[in-house]
Design a protein around this ligand. Structure first.
Ligand SMILES: [Fe+2]
Length: 235
């Protein structure tokens, strides 16, 4: 049954797991997040590869109003989801919009949530890396932080010993996941990263939903604070 695909995480927030994929040879699981906004429309974050079952699972929750590409790596399946839900608007991380002028998005995201979801979801543009920036979101009703790539927490039992070792070294293996060490090295503008970190730690985070790996169901603020300790103290 398609309903089995959707996992309720908090009030008006669900996740749907996607395929296990490889990128640059590295295996990892994928996950999308679905939020029901106050106007009853659905907001879908980092949509996974669609299938009829996954389309139906989302349709069982409502009509999609917004499809989010939160960083330049997570846009592959925005188009098919937007085609399926023809009134949906597509939104992109600013860096993605800038670098991929061949892709069409209806809106560009920034530090201020658009009117369409500002009553439900806060957001911050986590910048400072010269390689990968990311839009991070906080769904107020379920007190859930939604992160794509800049925190990962891969399940050890899903990997071979080799990949477990690689992921542990990169700081992204559960239960001690966090910001990937290779990405941290690309964050040259620490002040910008600190500002974004301070904004998101100001939110009343109970849950953490991740695109890659194990989510945190309770007291996630402490996990997130630890995950961003490397950014350092604000002067
Ligand atoms: Fe990713």
């Amino acid at each position: 049954m398609s309903e089995d695909l959707t996992r309720p995480v908090g009030d008006c927030l669900w996740t749907i797991d996607g395929d296990r994929v490889r990128m640059l040879g590295i295996p990892f699981g994928t996950r999308m997040t679905v939020v029901r906004l106050g106007d009853d429309r659905l907001w879908i974050h980092s949509p996974v590869k669609p299938s009829d079952e996954r389309f139906r699972a989302v349709e069982s929750l409502g009509d999609v109003g917004h499809v989010i590409a939160p960083n330049k790596l997570h846009h592959l399946f925005v188009a098919p989801w937007a085609e399926r839900f023809s009134s949906a608007r597509t939104w992109a991380d600013p860096a993605l919009q800038r670098r991929r002028s061949d892709l069409h998005f209806d809106g560009t995201l920034d530090d201020e949530a658009p009117a369409a979801w500002k009553d439900d979801i806060d957001q911050v543009w986590f910048r400072g890396s010269n390689v990968l920036s990311e839009m991070v979101f906080f769904h107020r009703k379920s007190r859930t932080l939604i992160v794509t790539d800049i925190i990962q927490n891969h399940e050890p039992e899903e990997d071979t010993w080799f990949w477990r070792g690689v992921k542990r070294l990169n700081g992204i293996l559960a239960p001690d996941g966090g910001a990937p060490r290779d990405w941290r090295l690309t964050v040259r503008d620490r002040d910008a990263a600190r500002r974004a970190r301070d904004v998101l730690l100001g939110w009343d985070i109970e849950r953490l939903v991740l695109s890659h790996g194990r989510c945190i169901e309770h007291d996630a603020h402490a996990f997130v604070r630890r995950a961003f300790e490397w950014v350092g103290q604000t002067a």
